[in-house]
Write a new protein. Structure first.
Ligand code: MN
Ligand code: MN
Length: 324
């Protein structure tokens, strides 16, 4: 089999038994790097921006680190019984343009370039970047699809009004998304919330925002099957967007992140939860807050790559179902 990807799709990774996995340029799963999205089903898209970080910075290097840990992933997902590339012509679109240090300007660039991706009809999976990037990504998604059901994995609500006198950080994207009507809170869930807060008002404000909040302690107590049943019922058949902050995972599994919180979830639990969302109508996905400088063994990026693979599998199942 040739080592050269086809010039026009369907696109899939090169055949690993004939070309070593460590060879080639560093795209996700060694997918072809393609920026013309006509006819493409699935696009991996980097968003290397971290000016929204309030504590440690460095998530701008997340996309490349996640790509680096993706090379052992293979086309067939036995847990979900799907061959991703039989169902989806898939590419790595590279990174969206970003302006480090200039948050409003960068968000506008991210929104405009993400709109181009959504307009193509491909399902995007964005690799952050800090969590502030979900706001321009949701702006682009909602401009096409209308208000979306949000499925949000995180140890934090990210519903703060602002920080340091400014409006936009990685702690505020879903406050802004609610204000702008990008998401339908009555259909949305926040999953894995835990840790200390500034005061009791933070919890009250989050509840008043209208999301269904699943705290980590109640998830540990009631189990993941219960969470999945509730999230699936709440999302229903609405168009939905999945955002996954890697700090949802416990720092033992994901130390490489900006604001780690103990009491979280294992790699196996992350996979079980994402797989359990099969059949929901996601129009896009993001995986954010991987910070490689605090990830000496690459464990965080490895987990992130595995979660992205599950997103790809969900998208492949969705495409297969819609093609009949
Ligand atoms: Mn977080
Ligand atoms: Mn977050």
């Amino acid at each position: 089999m040739s080592n050269t990807p086809p010039k026009q799709g369907p696109y899939r990774p090169p055949n690993s038994p004939t070309t070593p996995r460590y060879s080639g340029i560093r795209t996700f799963m060694r997918l072809p790097y393609v920026t013309d999205l006509e006819g493409i089903d699935l696009a991996i898209v980097g968003v290397p921006f971290d000016t929204g970080a309030t504590y440690r910075v460095g998530a701008r290097f997340g996309p490349s680190a996640i790509r680096d840990e993706s090379f052992l992933l293979k086309p067939y997902n036995p847990a979900l019984k799907v061959n991703i590339f039989d169902a989806c012509s898939s590419v790595d679109y590279g990174d969206l343009p970003c302006m480090p240090g200039y948050l409003p300007e960068a968000h506008k660039l991210i929104q405009d370039s993400a709109a181009h991706v959504f307009a193509s009809g491909a399902t995007p999976i964005f690799l952050g970047g800090d969590h502030s990037v979900s706001l321009p990504l949701l702006r682009a998604a909602a401009a096409k699809f209308g208000p979306l059901a949000l499925v949000h994995f995180d140890s934090h609500n990210d519903l703060h009004q602002g920080y340091f006198g400014g409006k936009d950080t990685h702690g505020t994207p879903f406050r802004r998304a609610l204000e702008e009507g990008l998401i339908d809170a009555t259909r949305s869930s926040q999953i894995g919330i835990r840790g200390s807060l500034y005061d009791a008002n933070v919890e009250r404000e989050a509840a008043e925002a209208g999301f269904r909040v699943f705290t980590a302690p109640e998830m540990h107590q009631h189990g993941l099957a219960w969470v999945l049943e509730e999230v699936r019922a709440r999302t229903g058949n609405s168009l939905a967007y999945l955002t996954f902050d890697i700090d949802f995972a416990d720092p033992a599994f994901a130390p490489g992140t900006g604001t780690p919180v103990i009491g979280g979830f294992s790699g196996a639990q992350c996979l079980e939860l994402v797989r359990g969302l099969a059949g929901l109508n996601f129009v896009g996905y993001d995986l954010v807050e991987v910070l490689p400088a605090h990830d000496p063994a690459g464990t965080t990026s490895l987990l992130a790559a595995g979660i992205v693979y599950e997103f790809m599998s969900l998208a492949a199942l969705q495409r297969s179902a819609s093609k009949g």
